[in-house]
Write a protein that binds this ligand. Structure first.
Ligand code: NAP
Length: 273
């Protein structure tokens, strides 16, 4: 008999999740049937999508969703949506996180200029270590508009958007004509308790003839194997650095999830079981 631990969603989140939204339970696992294997998890991934998806897909009392291996969004957003080319200028927000760090480093490999922003000075130093050409702390600047203009006076060819909301309204104004925008996520809105107003997009989209497209990594699942090989090769060559923000203990999954949503992670937030 195998006893497994699981986290259930005790109560739907309102605003920033709280530990009391979760309940730790134990469950006896059935014996594996023919053709099935029982695997012991070593790491759990805590991801922003768990915040909006829990409301869409779970009832109170259901087992909390989650994954043991994180998926790779950066490559597809840059290649398939932004169609990024050498010497172009790219903007990415939430740049010191799991997706953002990859976006900036891949853009550099492709010969582009990478501008990133993040929510602490330590994160900004880390972005510079990773090779970002310009980085700023969006929480301490007096004007986002000025910071974006200073970082790329000629404007942006590509914008990899992890944050959405007001940030995107401001960033769109600084896109170059025919710029491309990959909508990866809108983490600034996930904890909203009231409906949020979307970014105002029409005048910039029309007058600059921009292209904006949302995506989910699953669209390219047929490419996952090859993409992983390409990314691993860059890691082995030292061209991509990966950092994990590790929380010890399955019992600390809610705390790790909440801290990631609050911006305490640098790199990929994972739980070591
Ligand atoms: P992550 O960036 O490692 O962690 C989340 C980060 O978001 C935090 O560290 C925090 O960094 C930032 N953040 C939190 N609240 C914010 C706010 N109000 N405004 C601005 N930044 C805020 O997470 P990730 O796994 O790499 O995911 C990043 C984004 O990609 C999310 O929007 C996620 O939904 C999206 N995503 C999309 C796909 C897809 O298939 N489309 C797949 C994976 C992830 P700061 O300190 O910088 O605030």
């Amino acid at each position: 008999m195998v006893l497994a631990k699981l986290w259930t969603l005790q109560q739907h989140f309102e605003g920033l999740p709280k530990e009391s939204n979760f309940e730790l339970k134990q469950e006896e696992l059935p014996d594996p049937k023919d053709g099935e294997v029982l695997l012991e998890a070593v790491f759990l991934s805590v991801d922003p999508y768990m915040r909006p998806y829990s409301r869409m897909h779970l009832k109170e009392g259901d087992t909390m969703m989650g994954a043991q291996v994180s998926r790779l969004a950066a490559l597809y957003g840059l290649e398939e949506i932004c169609e990024i080319k050498a010497e172009e200028t790219l903007l990415v927000n939430a740049a010191a996180g799991a997706v953002g760090t990859m976006v900036g480093q891949i853009a550099k490999i492709k010969g582009c200029r990478a501008v990133g922003c993040a929510g602490s000075d330590d994160k900004v130093s880390y972005l510079k270590e990773l090779g970002f050409d310009q980085a700023f702390n969006y929480k301490t600047i007096s004007s986002l508009e000025d910071a974006l203009r200073e970082a790329a006076p000629q404007g942006y060819d590509c914008y990899f958007d992890n944050v959405g909301g007001d940030f995107t309204s401001t960033a769109l104004a600084q896109m170059k004509p025919f710029g491309r925008i990959a909508l990866s996520g809108s983490i600034s809105t996930y904890n909203n308790t009231a409906p949020h107003r979307g970014p105002s997009i029409h005048s910039h989209m029309i007058l600059k003839q921009l292209r904006m497209e949302g995506f989910l990594v699953e669209r390219w699942k047929h490419k996952h194997h090859d993409s992983l090989q390409r990314l691993l090769a860059w890691v082995k060559e030292g061209r991509i650095k990966c950092r994990e923000h590790i929380t010890e203990g399955f019992e600390n999954m809610p705390a790790s999830f909440i801290s990631m949503l609050s911006g305490e992670n640098v790199g990929k937030a994972v739980v070591k079981i």
